[in-house]
Design a binder for this molecule. Structure first.
Ligand SMILES: CC(C)(COP(=O)(O)OP(=O)(O)OC[C@H]1O[C@@H](n2cnc3c(N)ncnc32)[C@H](O)[C@@H]1OP(=O)(O)O)[C@@H](O)C(=O)NCCC(=O)NCCS
Length: 220
């Protein structure tokens, strides 16, 4: 499913439930030693997806340990992302000579809980979502925006190692379903010789889920 919004040079593996008997490496096991069972299972299935995706790139099985602020530590030469939500887990990986960063996110396709939109969207974004909801009512635009911002953060963080708040990017959906731009409202990292100002993303609604993806190619 999520492969539909990703370029072909990425390796992608997804699962619509938890896989049984995933073997974790000791450092991975330690990362979820005190976690509840549902968290252990989503973490393990995310690792299984990531390792299967790495295998598609010819990479051997390695531990993928949570690093700084929870970002997965990928093997040298690899960039990637992991997401999970109820009933869905996915990972995409690529060689770092093809892509500089990947951000994936999955969410259930229903409205955000009351009060969340105001916390994650600016007044301008909220006004735009209201217009979109009136014109294209088949999508939960608040949830897509939320997911888009999570994808932005997952691509941003490995590039910068710094926090990016919900107020630090403006999501513009444009006219075409399935696409969005995230305009950075803070100084972006230098990418391909210029400061990154806009991240280009895709979104998809399928099987009761919203998935979003950002990829930053090595060459523009
Ligand atoms: C980190 C965050 C984006 C995770 O999103 P989520 O919807 O809660 O959870 P998901 O299941 O989709 O993703 C979780 C996975 O993201 C990855 N992840 C966690 N922190 C990360 C980081 N700092 N950078 C990149 N990836 C990260 C991990 O692989 C994690 O799974 P794992 O712990 O099993 O390995 C979210 O919790 C968060 O902190 N958001 C606030 C920052 C933000 O979104 N800013 C908006 C900028 S416009």
């Amino acid at each position: 499913m999520i492969a539909d919004i990703l370029p072909p040079r990425l390796a992608v593996v997804e699962a619509f439930g938890d896989l049984a008997d995933v073997t974790l490496y000791p450092d991975e096991e330690a990362a979820v030693a005190n976690a509840v069972e549902t968290r252990r299972r989503e973490f393990a299935t995310g690792r299984a997806c990531a390792r299967a995706a790495l295998a598609q790139l010819g990479q051997e099985s390695v531990p993928i340990v949570p690093g700084v602020r929870g970002a997965p530590r990928w093997p040298a030469g690899i960039v990637g992302s992991i997401t999970h939500c109820s009933g869905y887990r996915a990972s995409a990986v690529a060689r770092d000579h093809d892509f500089m960063a990947i951000g994936l996110d999955a969410e259930p396709h229903y409205e955000l809980p009351r009060g969340v939109l105001e916390a994650v969207a600016s007044r301008g974004e909220q006004a735009e979502l209201a217009t979109l909801a009136a014109a294209r009512p088949y999508a939960c635009w608040d949830r897509i925006l939320f997911s888009a911002k999570e994808s932005v953060y997952k691509a941003w963080f490995p590039l910068t190692g710094t926090w990016l708040g919900f107020e630090d990017a403006y999501i513009d959906f444009g006219r075409r379903d399935g696409f969005f731009c995230a305009r950075l409202l803070v100084q972006g990292p230098v990418v391909n010789g210029a400061a990154l100002t806009t991240l280009h993303g895709r979104w998809l609604i399928a099987r009761g889920l919203v998935t979003t993806a950002i990829v930053i190619p090595r060459d523009p």
